[in-house]
Ligand binder design. Structure first.
Ligand code: HEM
Length: 427
C-alpha cells in the first residue's frame, strides 16, 4: 500500500477511542510541509488515533501529558525494529531475508533496547556524556564554529545548511567519536541513508537497500577504527567503549558497533536540523533575532524555545508489551504507539499561545529530547553546540536574513531543511 492510499481504521468503539479526520494523519507532502495545523486538529479530536498511514498501522498520541506518559511508560517497549523489513514497499520474502543483516545489527542500538540491556549499555555510554566531559569539549566546538564563520567571511549569499548546519555537527560528532574529519563526507552520506529509511512511513526497497549498504559500510569503518584503537587508545568515545568491552560490558563487537552507528546518526542529523529550523524560525521573526543581538544572554532560553517551536524529532515509537490501555484506548500486544512530540510541544493546555515563537517564554520545557529511560543522552552536547553556534552567528553575522524559500528535507520524523538560502549586508 502506498502512503497516498493509506486509510484510517475505525477505532474500536467499545474501547472509547476518538476517530480523527483522515486528512490529518496522511503524513504526505502537505503534512510534512506544515504539520502543525494537522496536529492541532488531531489534539482537538482526541488524545489517541489509529492510522494505517504509518509503519503498517499505529496508534498516534497527540497531547503533551499523554506523550510524556507514553515515553515514561515501562509497559511499552523500545524494541520496534522487528517490523522494519516487512514494511518495505515492493519488498518480498527474498528482500526481507536480504535486509535481515541490517535489522540484526541496528536492533542492538541502545535506543531500541529495554532494561536490563538498555541500562547496561546506557551506563557505559553515560560516562562518555558526563556533563564535565561535554563541557570540556566547548573550546573545540567553538573552534569548529569559528572556522566555519571565518570561511563564510563576507559572502553576500550562501546556503546555511550546506555551509554551516551540515558541517558543524558532523565535525563535532567525528571529534566526539574519534573519527578522522577527512572521512566525514562518507559518514554524512551513510547516516543520511539510514535516517531516510528509518523514518520513512513506507520506505521503498531502494531506500532499504541503500540503508543496508550504508550500515555495512559503517560497520566496516568502525571495525577498522576499533582495531586501531585497541592498539593505541585515545581520549575519544570509541576508546571509552573499548575499555568497557574489555571489562565485559558489551556482549559482542556487533553490539559495540551498533552504538557507534547510532551515535553517529543521532548526533549530527538532529543537531543539523536544530540549527537549520532554528535559524529559519529566527530570521522569519526578525524582531526576535534583533532581541538576541541586543541581549545575547537570551540565547540559552531561545535555543530551548526553538526546540519546542519546531522540533528536529517530531515523533518516536514504542511497542505494546501486553494488552493494556493507553489514553483510555485498549491497545493490543505488538501494536505500535507513536508519541507525537511535535504536537505535544504545541499543546495549548501546556503552553500559552503555543504557535507563537517567543524566545522569552518561561513555561515548562519542551519534549524534544524525549522523556524517561531513553531521554536523549546527547542533549547537553546538542544544547552546547547550538548555544555556541547561535551566539557566534549573532555576533559575527548579525545582518543575516532570508534570501529565498527554504527547501524542506521531506522527512516527517526528522524534520529539517535541505537548503536555507540566506544573505547578509555588505560592510
Ligand atoms: C537537537 C538535537 C537532538 C535532538 C532533538 C534529539 C532527540 C532525541 C530524542 C527525542 C530521543 C528519545 C528517543 C526515544 O525515546 O525513542 C533521543 C535519544 C537519543 N539521542 Fe538524541 N537528540 C539530539 C541530539 C543528540 C546528540 C548530539 C547525540 C549524541 C551525540 C544524541 C544521542 C542520542 C542517543 C544515543 C539516544 C538514545 C538514548 C537511549 O535510548 O537511552 N542525540 N534523542
Amino acid at each position: 500500500m502506498s502512503l497516498a492510499e493509506a486509510t484510517l481504521r475505525a477505532p474500536d468503539a467499545s474501547a472509547g477511542a476518538v476517530s480523527a479526520p483522515s486528512a490529518h494523519l496522511r503524513f504526505d507532502a502537505d503534512f510534512v510541509r506544515d504539520p502543525y495545523p494537522h496536529y492541532a486538529a488531531l489534539r482537538e479530536a482526541g488524545p489517541i488515533h489509529w492510522t494505517d498511514a504509518l509503519f503498517n498501522g499505529a496508534w498516534v498520541v497527540t497531547r503533551h501529558a499523554d506523550v510524556d506518559a507514553v515515553l515514561r511508560d515501562p509497559g511499552l517497549s523500545a524494541q520496534r525494529t522487528a517490523g522494519w523489513v516487512k514494511r518495505v514497499d515492493g519488498g518480498d520474502r527474498r528482500s526481507q531475508a536480504e535486509l535481515r543483516a541490517f535489522q540484526h545489527l541496528f536492533s542492538r542500538a541502545m535506543i531500541f533496547l529495554d532494561a536490563p540491556d538498555h541500562t547496561r549499555v546506557r551506563t557505559v555510554l553515560g560516562a562518555g556524556f558526563h556533563p564535565a566531559r561535554i563541557r570540556a569539549q566547548a573550546p573545540r566546538v567553538a573552534e569548529i564554529v569559528a572556522a566555519r564563520i571565518a570561511a563564510l567571511g563576507q559572502r553576500p549569499r550562501f546556503d546555511f545548511m550546506a555551509e554551516f548546519a551540515r558541517p558543524v555537527p558532523s565535525l563535532v560528532t567525528c571529534m566526539l567519536l574519534g573519527v578522522d574529519a577527512a572521512d566525514r563526507q562518507d559518514f554524512i552520506a551513510w547516516s543520511d541513508d539510514l535516517a531516510a529509511f528509518m523514518s520513512a512511513p513506507w520506505p521503498t526497497l531502494d531506500q532499504a537497500r541503500a540503508a543496508q549498504r550504508s550500515l555495512l559500510a559503517l560497520k566496516r569503518y568502525f571495525d577498522a577504527l576499533l582495531s586501531a584503537r585497541r592498539k593505541a587508545p585515545g581520549e575519544d568515545l570509541v576508546s571509552l567503549l573499548l575499555a568497557a568491552e574489555a571489562e565485559g560490558l558489551f556482549r559482542s563487537d556487533a553490539e559495540l558497533v551498533a552504538q557507534c552507528a547510532m551515535l553517529l546518526l543521532a548526533g549530527h542529523e538532529t543537531t543539523r536540523n536544530l540549527l537549520g529550523n532554528g535559524l529559519h524560525a529566527l530570521l522569519d521573526h526578525p524582531e526576535q533575532w534583533k532581541a538576541l543581538i541586543d541581549d545575547p544572554a537570551l540565547v540559552p532560553g531561545a535555543v530551548r524555545e526553538l526546540l519546542r517551536y519546531d522540533s528536529p524529532v517530531q515523533y518516536t515509537g514504542r511497542r505494546v508489551i501486553a494488552d493494556s490501555l493507553v489514553c483510555g484506548q485498549r491497545v493490543r500486544r505488538g501494536e505500535l504507539v507513536i508519541a507525537l512530540i511535535g504536537s505535544a510541544n504545541r499543546d495549548p493546555d501546556r503552553y500559552t499561545d503555543p504557535d507563537r515563537l517567543d524566545i522569552r517564554r518561561r513555561e515548562p520545557t519542551h519534549l524534544s529530547f524525549g522523556r524517561g529511560a531513553h531521554v536523549c543522552i546527547g542533549a547537553g552536547l546538542a544544547l552546547m553546540q547550538a548555544e555556541i553556534a547561535f551566539a557566534s552567528l549573532l555576533e559575527h553575522l548579525p545582518t543575516l536574513m532570508l534570501a529565498g524559500r527554504a527547501q524542506q528535507n521531506g522527512n516527517a520524523a526528522l524534520r529539517g531543511l535541505a537548503a536555507l538560502p540566506v544573505m547578509q549586508a555588505q560592510a
